[in-house]
Design a protein around this ligand. Structure first.
Ligand code: PGA
Length: 262
């Protein structure tokens, strides 16, 4: 695991955007896994900037989002499909037909989940997966004790996640759906590269457990210790509980320039 500590969320997001941009330049047909929530917003803003100002071309890129709430239609203001359309897809030259978000209104959820997995496989697998992290260590909506072998499926959110996400629903926890469809941990681990972004003091505990704690399903993100190519982009506030923070800074500062954003 590579830990990249930047002074703030903006510089961490820009460093992560360079990794995504490099992939898209090197492989125009890249398959990218995307995340929602507040964390990746600055990353998406920077990708839009790179598209508009530097011609970063998404016309052949395919995307798969991690998760979606069950029961929210695509045009609901808190659906993750709508979040992606508004915050990224409508502002770059990606073909909407190449973007995928689990269907929160699927009548047959298991069949829809199996089809999602098949679509990822048909696209050749995910080259790079963008991840946020919940305060409870979830990645996607894989809540604590999710199986490390899990694939795309229905999950029930924890009360902690419902409380964390109530801010998007006017602070009203009763409006937050309790069920979701999420890629599994196994799906995420199949991505050829994972980049996890975490900013702010409320993520410090989860970041420390992810990087330096035992690998255990009670902290789903800790499985990334087993991933051959996982990078964490974090800010100083999210790094405060890392025992080896100075070592991670030393490693990063000592890298040759060409490797820094690789
Ligand atoms: P956040 O959510 O980016 O809104 O903090 C992260 C997550 O729940 O994965």
């Amino acid at each position: 695991m590579e830990i990249i500590i930047k002074k703030d969320a903006l510089s961490g997001s820009h460093a992560a955007a360079r990794v995504v941009a490099r992939l898209v330049c090197e492989k125009p047909t890249a398959v990218i896994g995307l995340a929602t929530g507040s964390t990746p917003l600055m990353l998406y803003k920077q990708l839009i900037h790179l598209h508009k100002e530097e011609g970063l071309d998404f016309s052949k890129v395919t995307t798969f989002n991690l998760d979606e709430y069950i029961g929210l239609p695509a045009d609901h203001e808190q659906s993750y499909r709508r979040f992606m359309n508004e915050n990224l897809f409508s502002q770059i030259n990606i073909k909407m037909g190449n973007t995928h978000v689990p269907d929160g209104m699927a009548k047959d959820v298991p069949a829809s989940c199996a089809a999602y997995e098949q679509a990822i496989a048909n696209a050749g697998g995910i080259d790079l997966q963008v991840l946020g992290i919940g305060s409870d260590g979830h990645v996607g909506f894989n809540e604590p004790t999710s199986s490390f072998a899990s694939r795309t499926r229905i999950k029930t959110l924890t009360k902690q996640t419902v409380a964390d996400n109530a801010r998007f629903f006017g602070g009203d926890e009763s409006k937050v759906p309790h069920h979701c469809i999420t890629m599994g941990i196994g799906t995420i681990m199949d991505a050829r590269m994972n980049i996890l972004l975490a900013f702010g003091a409320n993520k410090a505990e989860a970041v420390a457990a992810t990087v330096e704690g035992p690998v255990a399903s009670i902290m789903p993100s800790s499985i990334l210790q087993h991933h051959p190519s996982a990078k964490l982009f974090i800010d100083e506030a999210a790094a405060t509980q890392l025992k080896l923070a100075d070592y991670y800074r030393w490693v990063y500062d000592g890298k040759p320039d060409w490797q820094k954003d690789a």
